[in-house]
Design a protein. Structure first.
Length: 193
């Protein structure tokens, strides 16, 4: 059965997620309006500029519908800025910046440096399901998870910092798997659907 996966299509790395998800046989919907959240099996909040994505979700009336859909159990992957959007707390927000407050973590924006400090690496990933593996990861102005709540599984670390977490129907990662040829994180999202 083909899964319907939404990619929040307001700003950032939308096309790369769409291409990766389509390569896995899904039907992808670029979500720009609240009604496009209906009928989705999973959702991706892509990387980009987290304060801009936050502002656009509020301007376009998407903030509350996103909170409702994800809170109701919609499997959701947040990559980089998407992780920041999902988080309970942003320790260093831009002026007026808000998060959706759904993933019980606090995050620091741009914790690994500027664009010139970008890196690609292989991480050990263990989501607690008994199937540890390695994943390819591209870090670009990446956030770090500064703290996690009780129900959050730490899945990956980079340079000693938490960069991958799972909580129920939510996956939050600091990196960009869509910029590599590694589809395993997207497959994990689809397995939650």
């Amino acid at each position: 059965m083909v899964k319907n996966v939404g990619v929040l299509a307001l700003q950032g790395g939308v096309a790369e997620h769409v291409a990766m998800l389509e390569s896995l046989g899904t039907h992808v919907v670029g979500v720009r309006k609240p009604e496009q959240l209906t009928g989705l099996d999973a959702l991706v909040l892509p990387g980009g500029e987290s304060s801009t994505i936050d502002r656009l979700t509020r301007v376009l009336g998407l903030r509350e519908p996103l909170i409702e859909a994800i809170s109701a159990g919609l499997p959701t992957l947040g990559t980089c800025a998407g992780l920041i959007m999902l988080s309970r707390e942003i320790t260093d927000p831009a002026p007026g910046q808000q998060s959706l407050g759904l993933l019980d973590v606090a995050v620091d924006r741009n914790a690994f440096g500027s664009q010139v400090a970008s890196a690609e690496t292989v991480l050990d990933w263990d989501d607690g399901t008994g199937h540890p593996r390695q994943v390819k990861a591209a870090f670009i102005r990446a956030p770090r998870v500064a703290s996690v709540g009780e129900g959050v599984t730490v899945c990956a670390r980079y340079r000693g910092e938490i960069v991958g977490v799972r909580q129920g129907n939510l996956l939050g990662i600091s990196f960009h798997p869509e910029l590599t040829d590694d589809t395993s994180i997207h497959k994990e999202l689809l397995a939650l659907a």
